[in-house]
Design a protein. Structure first.
Length: 622
């Protein structure tokens, strides 16, 4: 073998060895990543998202699998679309996947540095979660405030009745939004912050609504972080304005409460703000004034639109499926009684109602993707490498429509849950609308109380119809993607006049009396004046009412056709002096005095008072 040939063989061998080492090094540098569509230069797979990302990604998962990688602009995203993969990420490797990917909008007022939703897992985060779990959403605390929620649901029913009498459509989503907001505001501050009759209430409701709208918009800077300072869509700028206004309002409410507390002999705990201030005064390192304001912002942002959208979807599905609605009414009539609002204690005895709520959350989860997570180090999931810094999305919408778990997944069938032990509390990964693991939604205990109570009461109190004569099969069920999953077309409903199912003791009866008898009027107490030319007689006495309200002074007056009473003063045993606006005391019907006040309604048996009043009136020549 000549020298040239030997040299060529040697070079070939060296080249082969070098190529082998390069291949081995390349293999080590290119770990097995989850499959996914081929990205385009610069924009990656952004065009694959469409305007309904949850649906688009669920469709892509059918091709690429339940764990799928995408490149969205400059951001690597892994999408989880099955219950098995969700369990792997949210339970088996919960800690590794517990940190957050922060949207640029949350840099407004540096909310991400204070929010329990967006804080990384840390001592501060654990302290705030402990406060939420032990002092706000614990079973004992929620039991103590269930009367408050009953009153707010009664107000929702009153609003439905009012819409019926005026012949106007009721926007279920907006009405539910206002109710859920007032549930929270009374839980936290002991007052309504979404009162449509007050300018402040209108402003606050719109602020929270606008925050949810902005948070739900796709933001270019989240995909291309280098243009973050430009804020090309103006989302961060608007969020800065909205956050600033809300925090200013909260600051004023807290200042007012601190002023009241200066004159208290003891640190009472009438509501959440008192609890938080007590904790702060005992240990300022655990929670301070700034964190209290930001925690309140978290509660309103997370607990309003999610509740109202679930109520709206549930009502839409029931109106679209009349047989299911009828079955729900039958259960409510048997357990609660026809035309009565339900209480939280009724919910465990209403399995079909609970099944309706679960089926709604399966088909229409309030958040189609769980709040984005991020891995801070390289992780392994089912043989795939998840690179450091990857954003992880769990598609709860896709999991809820997985044909391998749910037969006929696009059909609304509450019956599928009647013999099933699957629950929404984060242990059954086939149904995780509130998430799972250490990042599970802390407000879940409240949600599973208030949603069935609102829905069940509306079903049992009224016979609902779609506005505009729309047939159930023609109801538009298209979705609108955002941070929450909304109906693209708001659900507009009506209660035909005369179809209220309420009994005489329910608060809505007094407006029915007005509509049917034409003799009952609403006496407004804002001015304190009585109708002219009506002889009156005062009756000083105390009475124990159904909700423990104590009447201190009653005034009777009589028209030619009807008897009325007006309370002049009232108080609660807990001395809730923040309930000042008394609007009405209504008519006596069949011996029942039906009394209505803002913040709740009571009915008392007034037969003895009626007799006393009649004797007195006869003495004045009437």
């Amino acid at each position: 073998m000549d020298f040239l040939t030997s040299t060529l063989y040697l070079l070939l061998a060296l080249t082969s060895i070098r190529a082998l080492f390069s291949f081995l090094r390349g293999t080590k540098k290119c770990p097995k990543l989850p499959p996914g569509p081929v990205p385009l230069p610069v924009i990656g797979n952004l065009l694959k998202l469409g305007d309904k990302s949850h649906q688009s990604l669920a469709e892509l998962a059918k091709t690429h699998g339940p764990i799928m990688r995408l490149k969205l602009g400059r951001v690597t995203v892994v999408v989880i679309s099955s219950s098995a993969m969700a369990k792997e990420v949210l339970q088996k490797q919960d800690l590794a996947f517990s940190n957050r990917s922060i949207p640029n909008a949350l840099h407004a007022h540096e909310q991400y540095k204070y929010s329990v939703v967006w804080l990384p897992v840390s001592n501060r985060w654990r302290s705030l979660r402990k406060i939420l779990n032990s002092n706000i959403f614990s079973g004992n605390r929620l039991d103590a405030t269930q009367e408050l929620r009953r009153r707010k649901v009664a107000e929702l029913a009153e609003y439905a009745q009012k819409c019926s009498e005026e012949g106007v459509a009721m926007n279920i989503g907006r009405a539910g939004f206002r109710t859920s907001m007032n549930v929270l505001s009374n839980t936290i501050f002991s007052e309504d912050l979404a009162d449509p009759r007050e300018d402040t209430g209108k402003e606050f409701k719109e602020l929270v609504w606008n925050i949810m709208v902005e948070a739900g918009k796709p933001n270019l800077v989240d995909f291309f972080p280098r243009v973050a300072k430009m804020d090309p869509q103006g989302i961060r700028r608007r969020m800065t304005d909205y956050f600033g206004s809300v925090l200013e309002l909260f600051g004023g409410l807290i200042d007012r409460r601190l002023e009241v507390r200066r004159f208290r002999k003891s640190l009472e705990e009438n509501d959440v703000i008192d609890i938080l201030l007590n904790i702060s005064e005992e240990n300022g390192d655990e929670i301070d004034r700034v964190h209290i304001e930001r925690l309140c912002l978290d509660l309103f942002a997370a607990g309003t639109e999610t509740t109202s959208s679930t109520l709206e979807w549930a009502m839409a599905e029931l109106l679209r499926n009349p047989k299911t609605l009828k079955k729900a009414k039958v259960e409510l009539e048997q357990i609660v009684g026809k035309g009565k609002p339900i209480s939280e204690s009724d919910i465990p005895h209403l399995p079909y109602l609970s099944a309706i709520v679960k089926e709604t959350l399966r088909m229409h989860p309030a958040v189609p993707f769980l709040i984005p997570r991020k891995v801070d180090s390289e992780e392994q999931v089912c043989g795939y490498t998840i690179p450091k810094g990857t954003q992880v999305l769990v598609n709860t919408w896709a999991i809820g429509r997985d044909q391998s778990i749910w037969p006929n997944p696009t059909s609304f069938m509450p019956e599928r849950f009647m013999d099933s032990k699957i629950d929404v509390r984060g242990c059954d990964f086939e149904l995780i609308p509130f998430g799972a693991g250490r990042r599970i939604c802390p407000g879940l205990p409240l949600a599973i109380r208030i949603i069935p109570m609102m829905l069940g009461s509306l079903i049992n109190l009224f016979d609902w119809k779609l506005q505009g004569g729309i047939e159930p099969k023609d109801l538009d069920m298209k979705e609108k993607f955002g941070i929450t999953l909304q109906k693209a077309q708001p659900l507009l409903t009506r209660v035909p006049d005369g179809t209220s199912r309420t009994d005489p003791c329910f608060p809505n009866q007094w407006p029915r009396c007005q509509a049917h008898r034409g003799t009952c009027t609403r006496v407004q107490r804002r001015t304190g004046s009585l109708p002219a030319n009506l002889p009156t007689i005062k009756l000083e006495r105390e009475m124990e009412c159904r909700d423990r309200l104590e009447i201190e002074s009653l005034t009777f007056f009589l028209s030619s056709t009807s008897a009325y009473i007006l309370w002049q003063s009232f108080r609660f045993p807990s001395d809730l002096s923040s309930w000042p606006k008394v609007y009405a005391l209504a008519c006596l019907v069949h011996g029942e005095a039906v009394l209505s006040r803002r913040g709740g309604v009571i009915a008392i048996n007034a037969m003895s008072l009626v007799l006393n009043a009649m004797l007195s009136f006869s003495n004045v020549g009437l």
